[in-house]
Design a binder for this molecule. Structure first.
Ligand code: ATP
Ligand code: LTN
Length: 330
């Protein structure tokens, strides 16, 4: 049985990077014979300071966007991380297995702590909680963007270390990092990942952006002076990034796009790209606004948490027994 688990943090407004690396894959995997769990990692969001009211709204937003984008609650379990307390508990147990040195090597921690006077210790141990998320459900496959590769590697190491030291409790998961869309870069600088933390709002496209805003942002996106719509990451990273975004949003190959725009300048290509993104986002935005304030969403999340907790508590009990905790039959 293949089990897929993944999540998008409610730490900022959802941008199209999260579509490329995550949602686009979630939708594809849901169609296959996988058991799918998609959750909102709110415990991960609070590793950096969050305004409580904003966190509350963004958590529901991410859940609503899952459904609006096409995740089907009848096929997948959708839940909020903090509603299943086993995550925090297994997170602690796995911290006893993680090494300070390996956590110190995590590039995401280095980037996020760089230049800050203080960072929370939770930001440092963040990958251990992520490992707990995955291992609780015995996930076999974890669809993520390229930036999560190192965290997945650590999850695999922790699972194997635990299994070896105690007894085989955890499945060692495989990352799924698709070729297209797993590294959507910033529109103002193709050397940087598209991220909501970028202070330049023109560097990313949000799920909630209107077609006008999308056109404006894509028109401003950096390109190069060659004027040829051709994918070549080494020499033309900015244009290659736009082509990849087009490919993901239109579900077309890079070659199809290159041949369509042969002899056509960047202007027309950019206008079409903006249309392609807007066409994908508009129905999602409509469905999002119908569901975000609804009782239906609350019911889906409550049912999801009950279902997730059953599996999670079972694995947690096995891990505690393996480690030698006193566990009377429950
Ligand atoms: P932040 O930028 O604030 O660190 P994030 O966008 O990396 O946050 P999430 O929102 O939790 O964090 O990311 C959700 C998923 O989307 C992850 O699998 C991540 O790898 C993927 N993802 C995020 N940004 C991009 C991007 N620019 N390109 C491709 N995938 C991305
Ligand atoms: N670390 C991820 C979010 C995340 C996640 C997970 C992804 C938390 N737990 C478990 C996949 C599986 C991020 O920063 N994007």
């Amino acid at each position: 049985m293949k089990i897929v688990l993944s999540g998008i943090k409610p730490s900022g407004e959802l941008n199209i990077g999260g579509y490329g690396g995550a949602l686009h894959q979630f939708l594809a995997l849901q169609q296959q014979q996988f058991e799918c769990l998609f959750f909102v990692p709110d415990l991960h969001a609070v590793t950096v300071a969050q305004d409580p009211n904003v966190l509350r709204k963004r958590t529901m937003d991410i859940a609503a966007y899952y459904i609006a984008a096409g995740i089907d609650p009848k096929k997948a379990t959708i839940f909020i991380q903090s509603h299943v307390s086993a995550h925090a508990e297994l997170g602690w147990l796995m911290e006893t297995q993680a090494h300070f040195g390996e956590l110190s090597r995590m590039t995401q921690f280095k980037e996020k702590s760089n230049g800050k006077d203080t960072v929370s210790s939770a930001l440092f141990t963040y990958p251990v909680l992520m490992a707990a998320d995955i291992l609780l459900y015995q996930a076999t496959h974890v669809p993520v963007g390229d930036d999560q590769k190192q965290h997945l590697e650590m999850t695999r190491d922790l699972a194997a270390r635990f299994n070896q030291r105690f007894r085989p409790v955890f499945t060692v998961p495989e990352p799924i990092i698709q070729q297209l869309g797993s590294r959507i870069m910033s529109l103002d600088d193709p050397a940087k990942k598209m991220s909501k933390s970028n202070p330049n709002a023109n560097s990313y496209i949000l799920f909630q952006d209107s077609p006008e805003v999308i056109h404006k942002k894509i028109a401003k996106a950096v390109t190069d002076s060659e004027g040829v719509v051709r994918c070549d990451w080494a020499h033309k990273p900015a244009v290659s990034n736009l082509i990849e975004i087009y490919a993901v949003f239109a579900d077309e190959s890079v070659e199809t796009i290159e041949s369509r725009y042969k002899g056509v300048g960047y202007g027309a290509f950019k206008r079409d790209l903006a249309d392609v993104i807007a066409a994908k986002l508009q129905p999602i935005q409509r469905r999002y606004s119908e569901i975000v304030e609804s009782d239906e969403l609350i019911r889906i999340l409550k049912d999801g948490a009950v279902k997730a907790a059953e599996t999670a508590n079972r694995t947690l009990l096995q891990a505690k027994q393996a480690m030698g905790f006193v566990t009377w039959a429950q």
